[in-house]
Design a protein. Structure first.
Ligand code: NDP
Length: 404
């Protein structure tokens, strides 16, 4: 059946599927491969041993996933039915330990930058095969397990967006597992490899490289520490698990989010202490808003009577859930996105202003969050109706106070 027949019925937020592909997916992918090409040396020159790294990383992450860690509680989705293993931070620590030992034993981590292009292609190919498996698995899944948006009947569309909401084999949840661990841990590993390569080339890592590594490690450590918070995100509760999410999680995040470190390896930037201090301050402000807003909402959703949020003003909704209308969520309707974007700026600034490439993440992320915010608004309007209108009246700005 022709794909276009399905277009009017499968609107993706305010963008239709083909519009999404042509305006967003293809340009960003072209930049992705271009930047890989720009930043890679001749793969044939890479030392063979570095090929051990993806295997090592997979083993580390899988082992981390197997650690049953109940110290900080487990999330459930839907409530009371599934117990998730909340051990992302342990997976990061285990990876750090194993990679540290492997480097001591001679693993040439600094040779990884030369292998980025083939590794990126391998990750994309693996994701494609994995998504095929997810699609075939979804064909035999019960209707109750399918995602609302990924069940159009058009195989290409459903393969791309994902048919099944939370595909699992026994208690292993593919989406929950892939959402953070492999991509985020891969990202900081690539960053570390850039830092080590720079040390090999120039005697020591530059201040700019330390800042980028430090900021992004903080972001990744924070996300894995609060891993259970992912259970209330749109990715888990609304979107199917198909090529779009799988590619984003397993290939896009590690290889493009590390662009700043890749750039610094090839374009060293002098950075004085005063400028570095200002950039650290910007990152700290972004992190403060991001963490404050996310924690406030998570605490409130877990227990509205928690003393940390009990005094906040709320709007009741017909569903019985309430909406926060003071604190961070009274400032703008997505304060967590604002904090995230401020941090994205701080990650690009150490790379100077001579080239656009390090700002790719900031530009792409702004587009992603503006689109995501529009989708979330639409879903909240459906969920909360009049109460959502009232929230929008009381908190008129979406992400940036007085501007947007
Ligand atoms: P949010 O954490 O912003 O969650 C949106 C949901 O929060 C809504 O659907 C609604 O769900 C609830 N909500 C909205 N307003 C209120 C309110 N006033 N009071 C109480 N609850 C409210 O969504 P995301 O999943 O998009 O983002 C999570 C984090 O992940 C963000 O910090 C974002 O920046 C980050 N992120 C990072 C990405 C990256 O690539 N680095 C990509 C995407 C996100 P309900 O009412 O059902 O609880």
């Amino acid at each position: 059946m022709p794909i276009l027949r399905y277009v009017p019925r499968v609107a993706l937020g305010d963008l239709t599927f083909p519009l999404h592909i042509f305006c967003f997916y293809i340009p960003t992918h072209s930049i992705y491969y271009y930047s890989m090409h720009q930043n890679s040396g001749d793969p044939l020159k890479a030392k063979g041993k570095i090929l051990d790294l993806p295997g090592l990383w997979t083993v580390c992450v899988m082992e981390g996933g197997a650690v049953e860690w109940k110290g900080r509680g487990v999330g459930t989705q839907p409530p009371g039915l599934i117990v998730y293993c909340n051990s992302g931070f342990q997976a990061l620590m285990l990876t750090a330990l194993l990679v540290g030992l492997a480097v001591l034993a001679g693993l040439p981590l600094g040779a990884l930058p030369e292998m980025l292009l083939p590794l990126a292609f391998a990750a994309t190919f693996t994701t494609f095969i994995f998504s095929l498996f997810l699609y075939l698995k979804a064909l035999v899944a019960p209707a109750s397990a399918l995602a609302p948006g990924g069940n159009s009947g058009n195989p290409i569309y459903d393969f791309f967006l994902g048919r099944e909401l939370n595909p699992r084999v026994w208690s292993f949840d593919f989406k929950y597992f892939c959402e953070l661990r492999p991509g985020l841990i891969g990202w900081v590993l690539i960053n570390l490899a850039m830092l080590m390569q720079e040390a090999e080339l120039r005697g020591s890592p530059s201040l700019a490289m330390w800042l980028v590594n430090g900021f992004q490690l903080l972001y990744v450590g924070d996300a894995l520490w609060h891993e259970e918070a992912v259970l209330t995100t749109m990715d888990i509760t609304h979107d199917g698990f198909g090529f779009m999410l799988a590619f984003g999680d397993l290939a896009w995040v590690p290889f493009t989010y590390s662009l700043q470190a890749q750039f610094l390896l090839h374009h060293p930037q002098p950075l004085g202490l005063p400028v570095a201090s200002v950039i650290c301050l910007i990152n700290a402000v972004g992190y403060y808003i991001f963490r404050g807003a996310n924690s406030q909402k998570n605490t409130f959703r877990k227990n509205p009577s928690d003393p940390r949020v009990a005094d906040l003003e709320t709007i009741p909704t017909a569903t019985g859930r309430q909406l926060l209308v003071s604190g961070w969520w009274g400032m703008v309707r997505h304060p967590n996105y604002l904090g995230d974007l401020i941090m994205a700026l701080a990650w690009s600034l150490p790379c100077g202003v001579s080239h656009l490439l390090p700002y790719f993440y900031l530009l792409y992320f702004t587009a992603l969050l503006v689109h995501r915010e529009a989708r979330d608004e639409q879903q909240c309007l459906q969920k909360y109706g009049l109460a959502w209108h009232e929230y929008c009246r009381r908190v008129p700005y979406r992400i940036l106070p007085y501007i947007y």
